[in-house]
Design a protein around this ligand. Structure first.
Ligand code: LLP
Length: 438
């Protein structure tokens, strides 16, 4: 099958889609639809690939960005393959700790960490806290002082690089909420304050320029600017930067025509630029870290939906068939939010019928509730058929909502013909339990 599907995806003898030897019809019958299916070996292989590429360039650590998708099982899969975990809230921290990940393999992010989150992170002994505001420097320093520890911190930079990606997921241009601007002098000032605080240990810098990036230009530009800043810190403040965390952002294939970078190419390219720039300025090379999220779990996950209605709509020049499935923007908001494009196939069987132009839509009360805007599916599609959407492992279940009181779908992991529950399906009772009047 094409590169958008999990590594182990095949078509069984009667044409149904199988992941890791599990027929999606069986998984759907057992766990209901919509259903997220993760190929465990695929997640593990991608984590290993990152770890190996990072090792080859002498990087210090790879932290899996948990926001892409998190459960205790997935935390353990990536940890067992040698990754740490980047958590961005007290909730993500709690899941990682429940999975048994030691604090020393965790890094805490967030542009508005609460005092409770900061204290929980300190108690867990998280390896790094990435500070994002002047208020937070004081909060972390105070909490560390009270706890009697010296907390290693990184400073999140805004370096003014425009990543070539959707505006909502680009994060290093000046006019946005993350980080300390280098250009304005805020980053300088942040470090000046941190080094004076005895309960904080300044370790280095962090930069995340955006997500779903397909070229090295942005990373390269970021690396050059950061090294210039490192040089400035040395001459201006006599401060050494020993670590540089370059965040995540590597794009994945959503369509068969997408050609993502290889992690080896990206890591070696970026490491080379940092090394070259450091050498030319006579600086020691900082230890690198990376925080991939999407690239670890995105391609390893699919969503299976059941077709409910098939409605041809006659337009001036074309008939567009609206195919409604039993989920939608509550389990995948990315199409509505970012105009994301996906690959979809008939999963429960194959068909030789002619193809028809379809728009696959959800069951929510919004016309923008689109799963796949334009696709071609067999014209003999009927209610009860199963459809599979590829590359939904990242930022789908983790961004799911209960819009229209839809319970969130189950997530199962498949491996060597076996299925295990990663997250059980929410029930209406789960939702009603929140309402004291129900
Ligand atoms: N590190 C930091 C500090 C981040 O903010 C992010 C993502 C990552 C790492 C991981 O980036 P990745 O390797 O997954 O690109 N909801 C959007 C993506 C938002 C990404 C937010 N930060 C989407 O569905 O495309």
């Amino acid at each position: 099958m094409s590169n958008v599907w999990p590594n182990s995806a095949t078509r069984g003898t009667d044409g149904a889609l199988c992941i890791a030897g599990v027929d999606v019809r069986d998984a759907a019958a057992q766990h209901g639809t919509p259903l997220f299916i993760f190929d465990e070996a695929d997640v593990r292989a991608r984590a290993r690939e990152y770890r190996d590429a990072a090792e080859r360039v002498g990087a210090r650590k790879v932290y899996y960005a948990a926001k892409a998708f998190l459960s205790t099982a997935v935390a353990r899969w990536v940890y067992e393959e040698g990754l740490g975990i980047d958590v961005a809230s007290g909730g993500e921290l709690a899941v990682a700790l429940r999975a048994g990940i030691p604090g020393t393999d965790l890094l805490l992010h967030g542009n508005n960490k609460s005092m409770i989150e900061i204290e929980a992170a300190l108690e867990a002994g998280v390896a790094r806290i990435v500070v994002d505001s002047f208020e937070e420097i004081v909060r972390v320093a105070d909490a560390a002082m009270r706890a009697g520890i010296v907390q290693p911190v990184l400073v999140r930079l805004t370096i003014g690089v425009e990543a070539h990606t959707h505006e909502f997921i680009a994060t290093a241009h000046e006019d946005q909420k993350f980080g300390f601007s280098v250009a304005s002098g805020a980053a300088d000032e942040a470090i000046r304050r941190i080094v004076k605080l005895p309960s904080l240990e300044f370790r280095g810098l962090h930069s995340h320029i955006g997500s779903q990036i397909f070229d090295t230009d942005g990373f390269e530009e970021a690396a050059v600017r950061i090294v210039t800043f490192i040089d400035h810190l040395r001459t201006d403040q006599e401060v050494d930067v020993t670590e540089l965390d370059l965040g995540g952002g590597m794009g994945i294939a959503y369509l068969p025509t997408d050609e993502p970078l290889s992690i080896d190419d990206l890591a070696s390219h970026v490491a080379l630029i940092v090394a070259r720039e450091c050498q030319s300025l006579g600086l020691a090379m900082p230890a690198l870290a990376f925080e991939p999220g999407r690239a670890i779990v995105g391609p390893a996950g699919i969503t299976v939906y059941e077709v409910g209605t098939v409605k041809p709509v006659e337009l001036d020049d074309v008939v567009r068939t609206y195919v409604s499935v039993d989920g939608g923007m509550s389990d995948n908001i990315r199409t509505a939010l970012y105009d994301a494009q996906y690959t979809i196939e008939l999963a429960s069987r194959t068909s030789n019928a002619e193809l028809m132009l379809v728009r696959v839509v959800g069951k929510h009360c919004e016309s923008g509730d689109i799963v796949v805007r334009d696709a071609y599916l067999p014209s003999d599609l009927v209610p009860g058929d199963l459809l599979a959407v590829a590359a939904t492992g990242a930022y789908c279940r983790s961004m799911a909502s209960n819009y229209n009181y839809l319970p969130k779908p189950a997530v199962v992991g498949v491996c060597d013909g076996n299925t295990s529950v990663v997250l059980r399906r929410e029930t209406l009772d789960d939702l009603l339990a929140l309402d004291p009047g129900a």
